[in-house]
Ligand binder design. Structure first.
Ligand code: TRP
Length: 427
């Protein structure tokens, strides 16, 4: 059973554009359909607060990005699709990770350094206008990833450094407190080209050169007509090299269609005609999704309900895991072990892992500090129930072993199990 956990988030700071679709939404929706993959996709609305100070915009963007993901085919029954701010364990974990992250490491984060360099170049104080939120951005992101022990994190190149930082946080925490975190890996889509924007530079909110994904067809056509080209006349052969229009077409078309379009360039297609073809090809893919999007956006309560169900699934993992981490760092009821040289040291670092089986059902297992299997559950239909079982095992130990015995497959001596469970709650 080798299920890969894949996790990624989109910051809810704007309206999704074609670049987001080609670079993030389309590949992640496809990946979520692969076998043996358990996906976690979320709306990074805490991250949005770092850049956006406009509450209406944060809310609107959250709605738009959620609707986009759903309209593009994400199946919320099959994946865990949630809003970051619905999982209060994430900011709690952020604090734990803050306490094992070197300040010097954060000083070197690209986004922070870029701000400092800009200030310095302008003759300002290095930290002028820099919030502590921007500085802490990588730690919040580390908590997003480590909370669900994601193996793979599909991101753009600019985010690789953040994943490396999350690996460091995992290692530092594990070193101090036992093996709780899996080091994540960045997954970069090599073959997904960065999409050019209206001016030929990378399509990006910061360049103000984007084409909104679900803009009405007339507007889509108008924007495409405005893409920069050279001044070659109709009939003159045109070069596909460095043509933003061509790259845009290629991101949507099949290999054969792209070859035919290159042929048309060579034969001197007029720019107006080329743009019309690009519009038609894009709209062919976008139109059916746009129809779904427009329906979804009209019904925010349905999306809200979907996200709430996603939050339940996410918290079914996050809540017991956070309880385990609180215990590990010494945030424990005072009438439990002080954690000195008690017998629980042998079993300190045991951990519960919750996962989704290939059958779509929910399972958990208890591992010893070396990853050896101590106990596994049978299938639970609902993640909340699995979380309840974990919680009662952590809190009631032996008694819960009895209560849940029909749902558990024991893989170790009862004595060992009892002392492993005791490490979560008792001396
Ligand atoms: N930083 C990412 C971006 O701006 C969004 C993000 C937040 C994210 N948390 C994450 C991506 C965790 C992957 C994993 O694009």
């Amino acid at each position: 059973m080798t299920t890969t956990r894949v996790l990624t988030g989109i910051t809810t700071s704007g309206t999704p554009h074609l670049g987001n679709y080609v670079g993030a939404v389309r590949p992640t929706v496809r990946a979520s359909r692969l076998a043996n993959v358990e996906s976690f996709y979320f709306l990074a609305d805490y991250h949005a607060l770092i850049k956006v100070g406009d509450p209406a915009r944060v809310q609107r963007s959250t709605l738009e990005i959620a609707a986009t993901w759903l309209a593009c085919g994400l199946d919320p029954e099959h994946v865990t699709f949630y809003r970051q701010s619905d999982v209060p364990e994430i900011p709690e974990l952020t604090w734990f990770l803050t306490c094992v992250t070197g300040k010097g490491v954060l000083n070197r984060a690209h986004a922070y350094k870029a701000s400092v360099d800009k200030n310095t170049a302008a003759g300002e104080e290095p930290d002028a206008g820099v919030t502590a939120g921007l500085f802490m951005y990588p730690v919040l992101m580390g908590a997003d990833i480590l909370m669900f022990n994601a193996h793979q994190v599909p991101v753009g190149r600019d985010q690789i450094q953040h994943i490396e930082m999350a690996r460091d946080m995992a290692a530092s925490f594990n070193h101090l407190y036992g093996e709780h975190f899996t080091p994540p890996q960045a997954v970069i889509e090599e073959h997904v080209a960065t999409l050019p924007g209206l001016d030929g530079r990378k399509m990006s909110k910061s360049y103000d050169n984007t084409i909104p994904l679900f803009t009405p067809p007339a507007q889509l056509r108008k924007l495409i007509m405005g893409i920069v080209t050279d001044s070659k006349a109709p009939g003159e052969p045109k070069s596909t090299d460095g043509s933003a229009l061509f790259q845009l077409y290629q991101a949507f078309a099949s290999a054969e269609e792209t070859a035919a379009f290159a042929q048309a360039y060579a034969q001197g297609i007029a720019w107006g005609e080329a743009k019309q073809q690009v519009f038609e090809r894009l709209d062919q893919e976008i139109a059916p999704m746009r129809a779904v999007y427009e329906q979804l956006i009209k019904d925010p309560s349905a999306i809200e309900a979907t996200l709430n169900r996603g939050a339940d699934k996410a918290r079914a993992i996050a809540t017991p895991f956070m309880a385990q981490l609180r215990h590990a760092v010494g945030l424990r009821p005072l009438n439990t072990s002080a954690g000195g040289k008690s017998k629980s040291d042998k079993t300190a670092g045991c951990s519960f892992k919750q996962y989704r089986g290939d059958d779509g059902q929910f399972y958990f297992k208890l591992l010893d500090p070396k990853g050896g299997l101590l106990l596994e559950s049978t299938a639970f239909e609902n993640p909340k129930e699995a979380a309840q079982a974990i919680q009662s095992l952590q809190q009631q130990g032996e008694k819960a072993l009895e209560t849940w015995k029909d749902r558990l497959v024991l893989q170790a001596e009862t004595d060992m199990l009892i002392s492993a469970l005791a490490s979560f709650s008792q001396p």
